[in-house]
Design a protein around this ligand. Structure first.
Ligand SMILES: *[C@@H]1O[C@H](CO)[C@@H](O)[C@H](O)[C@H]1NC(C)=O
Length: 191
């Protein structure tokens, strides 16, 4: 073997290794489109029959999380930090993980500063993620609404924009079956 050939295969090897390392695990590929930093600075709207309508901003950060070898599950990590333009208050933040199982069902599990733990599930698709509430846990001193149902929809609008809509049902609203819109925001991809 001449030196040139060995050098070439060495370089190829390094490139290939980097490529493999940088590739997303199979289960997460259908959610690759949601990875990034998303800012919805001004146009978020919260509406609910029992509270005044307000505008809010939110920054959503979704990245590849380190994998624990012992658990062997690849997750994206997830943070949503939001603030109200109307009241200047800090709103609900959520931190957690987003994963996809072997059958292509996505699960978002989050902990929020409203005292809730939630597990939301739905099919992982390209450009669209609709998650329904499966489990909710509350700390003993949370003061929040008696949430019964949640449906969260992330939808890609174009190469730079994504929308999130949150539909909700509480013990008192709406009175009949189903959910009603609680929050809607459009984000711009900033990273
Ligand atoms: C997600 O994981 C990355 C890589 O370890 C880390 O830098 C980032 O802070 C994590 N983000 C959240 C929201 O946990």
């Amino acid at each position: 073997m001449n030196l040139k050939c060995c050098l070439r295969s060495l370089i190829l090897g390094i490139l290939l290794e980097n490529f493999v390392l940088a590739e997303l695990p199979d289960n997460l590929k259908k959610l690759e489109w949601i990875i990034g930093k998303w800012e919805g600075q001004f146009h978020g709207k919260v509406r609910w029959p029992t509270i005044p309508t307000m505008t809010y901003g939110e920054i959503l950060t979704i990245a590849e999380a380190p994998v624990a070898a012992a658990a062997g599950i690849s997750f994206l990590n997830y943070s949503a930090v939001s603030w109200s333009h109307s009241t200047k208050d800090h709103l609900h933040d959520e931190w957690g993980y987003l994963g996809v199982n072997r059958n292509g069902v996505a699960t978002l599990m989050t902990t929020g500063n409203n005292g809730f733990n939630k597990i939301e599930e739905g099919p992982a698709q390209y450009g669209l993620l609709v998650l329904d509430l499966k489990e909710i846990g509350r700390i003993s001193f949370s003061r929040d609404l008696p949430v019964k149902n949640l449906r969260r929809t992330f939808r890609i609008l174009d190469s730079k924009h994504m929308e999130q809509v949150l539909d909700m049902q509480t013990d008192t609203h709406p009175k009949y079956d189903g959910t009603q819109e609680h929050a809607r925001i459009i984000y711009e991809r900033v990273a």
